[in-house]
Design a protein around this ligand. Structure first.
Ligand code: IPE
Ligand code: IPE
Ligand code: MG
Length: 246
């Protein structure tokens, strides 16, 4: 690895935190036990990113498809989100973390949404790390809501439809105000996106690990970063062009 690559750090990491259920089932415990245990890995991922100087971390906590799970599991997850907001925000705030929730929050309980909004408002001025938590998020939903916002801007007369391009559309997609996703990580061994960020990962490096989310720690994330540093991000160029530019 050349020294330039060794120092290449992603600006924005997005993680599909998968494998909580299997982690619990292997221990003959209810799936909700795995979700609870997964919160420790969330804490260590946040701490890891802060230490590494990563600007943005986006975590997939609940997909638009996860409502199809048994009511008891969905209920346990919602309770966990409530409790986590109660318990974790003070420390995150003290550590300079700016919290942001992305997804269709209108389907969540008003109490939960109120806490999410309070956490976002309270941490708005923080700059150590941007933490985005995707709840009731779907990549297709995100693209559709951006299309709707773009259409509304055109209807208002703020945008000429023939002038709609990638840049004007991208402004309406979630996380538009943050650096592009450089590294997409999925734990739990599945090799799919599961309707997480779609638009945003067009040129992200993808990293998959068999490790189940509750077992994730700084070593596992360090291995992902080491692999990322070795990738050559050509973005359509030839390898010779990339080397010449560095
Ligand atoms: C990911 O773990 C957490 C959520 C989807 C909320 P899973 O619950 O999907 O765990 P597995 O994939 O069943 O092991
Ligand atoms: C993706 O994991 C959603 C989250 C991690 C929140 P799933 O476990 O729901 O994905 P599938 O069902 O295996 O595709
Ligand atoms: Mg899963």
């Amino acid at each position: 690895m050349d020294s330039d690559a060794a120092h290449r750090i992603p600006r924005h990491i997005a993680i599909v935190m998968d494998g909580n259920g299997r982690w619990a089932e292997r221990r003959r415990q209810p799936r909700s036990f795995g979700h609870r245990e997964g919160q420790k890995a969330v804490r260590s991922a946040i701490e890891f990113c802060r230490r590494q100087g990563i600007q943005s971390l986006t975590l997939f906590a609940f997909s638009s498809e996860n409502w199809k799970r048994p009511e008891s599991e969905v209920g346990a997850l919602m309770q966990l989100f409530m409790k986590a907001l109660e318990r974790e925000v003070d420390e995150l705030h003290a550590n300079g973390v700016r919290i942001h929730f992305v997804g269709d929050l209108s389907a969540l309980s008003p109490e939960l949404v109120q806490r999410m909004q309070a956490a976002m408002a309270r941490t708005l001025g923080n700059a150590a790390l941007r933490l985005n938590v995707a709840v009731n998020y779907g990549g297709r939903w995100d693209i559709v809501q951006a299309a709707r916002a773009t259409a509304q801007a055109a209807l208002r007369g703020d945008l000429d439809p023939s002038a709609i391009d990638e840049a004007s559309f991208a402004r309406h997609v979630c996380l538009a105000d943050q650096p592009p996703v450089d590294l997409f990580i999925r734990t739990g061994g599945e090799m799919r996106i599961s309707n997480f960020l779609l638009w945003q990962i067009a040129y992200a490096e993808l990293y998959f690990t068999e490790v189940l989310w509750p077992d994730v720690n700084a070593d596992i994330l360090g291995a992902a970063l080491a692999e990322y540093a070795q990738r050559e991000r050509r973005c359509g160029l030839t390898s010779a062009q990339v080397r010449a530019a560095n």
